[in-house]
Design a protein around this ligand. Structure first.
Ligand code: FES
Ligand code: FES
Length: 161
């Protein structure tokens, strides 16, 4: 029996996309496979690692725990949407580059989106709050010290802009 497909419209990084997907299509798969936005990484696929974190209406969300059909009325931001229109790095991206906040980079998109939202809520976190901010994201390269330093540096860059 063939699977029923649904016509949906997703708004990702301010671009509207029409696509046809089965009801069970994960948002992470729709982003990566249907839209070619492979910056959103998939690690555990059950909500634990945070690699797939995107912003949904500005708030961090696990793309592997959402169905694409449920995201139609939302404004989605992926890591591809963090840089400026001219390609300039966002404060969080710049801070990661300066502070060696990534090693293999697999976890990085999830950290960048998480911290982007976190600094909107708390623009000048203490180191302890910076640690809390990334508490839901796993880095298999265990680069946490530099990532926390990058949170602090991103706050400085953001404040200076
Ligand atoms: S892939 Fe979504 S939380 Fe790990
Ligand atoms: S940099 Fe390798 S998993 Fe985090």
């Amino acid at each position: 029996m063939s699977e029923t497909l649904h016509d949906i419209r997703l708004t990702v990084n301010d671009v509207v996309h029409d696509l046809r997907v089965p009801a069970r299509r994960l948002l992470s798969d729709a982003l990566r496979h249907d839209l070619g936005l492979t910056g959103t990484h998939v690690g555990c696929e059950h909500g634990v690692c945070g690699a797939c974190t995107i912003l949904v209406d500005g708030e961090p969300a696990r793309a592997c725990l959402m169905l694409a059909v449920a995201a139609q009325s939302c404004a989605i931001t992926t890591v591809e949407g963090l840089a400026g229109p001219d390609g300039s790095l966002s404060p969080v991206q710049q801070a990661f580059a300066e502070c060696h906040g990534l090693q293999c980079g697999f976890c990085t998109p999830g950290f960048l989106t998480t911290i982007t939202a976190g600094l909107r809520r708390d623009p000048a976190p203490t180191r302890e709050r910076a640690r809390d901010m990334i508490g839901g994201n796993l880095c298999r390269c265990t680069g946490y010290q530099n990532i926390v330093t990058a949170v602090e540096r991103a706050a400085q860059i953001g404040a200076a802009r």
